[in-house]
Design a protein around this ligand. Structure first.
Ligand code: HNI
Length: 141
């Protein structure tokens, strides 16, 4: 459950990202694949070294989904249900990968927003993204 202050921090950060989904998402994926190469096994179709266009494409889709989650943060389970089926039942992404993505997400935010990104924002985003990850992984068997 997010407090009113946490919601506010999440929305304030999203206001700074909105409109830049593709480059933020691409950087997130590049960091994920570089720091945790094992995550690339789910993206074999992109080849050993995904190019900029592929990163921007998938980055845009990923961050846009995060944007939808931000707009429906009280209703994550309903709004993310199709993505939960995709990740847990079709792609069968091991839930252990989600904290790795969240960590890279935090690095992207901190490196771009710098002084604007406060500890309260970081804590709120950690809680929010963990909530998204719980929903995307809870159907995993
Ligand atoms: Ni994820 C596809 C969102 C975490 C591997 N993923 C998507 C799509 C969205 C998305 C949106 C595109 C769906 C579609 O085309 O209908 N993924 C998210 C979000 C998170 C997340 C919001 C976490 C916050 N995905 C992960 C993780 C992995 C992952 C941790 C594995 C390491 N996702 C995939 C793969 C695909 C995918 C693989 C399919 C890619 C493709 O090219 O079709």
């Amino acid at each position: 459950m997010l407090s009113a202050q946490e919601r506010d921090q999440i929305l304030r950060v999203w206001d700074l990202i909105a409109g830049h989904e593709a480059p933020f998402g691409a950087e997130l994926l590049l960091r994920l694949f570089t720091v945790y190469p094992s995550t690339k096994i789910y993206f074999k179709h992109l080849g050993a070294y995904p190019d900029e266009v592929q990163l921007l494409n998938h980055g845009q889709r990923l961050l846009s989904a995060v944007g939808v989650a931000v707009q429906h943060m009280d209703n994550l389970r309903a709004v993310l249900s199709p993505l939960a089926d995709l990740h847990a039942r079709i792609l069968r992404v091991d839930p252990a990968n989600f904290p790795l993505l969240i960590q890279c997400f935090q690095v992207v935010l901190a490196s771009h927003l710098q002084g604007e990104y406060t500890v309260e924002m970081q804590a709120a985003w950690d809680k929010f993204l963990t909530g998204v990850a719980v929903v995307l992984t809870e159907k995993h068997r």
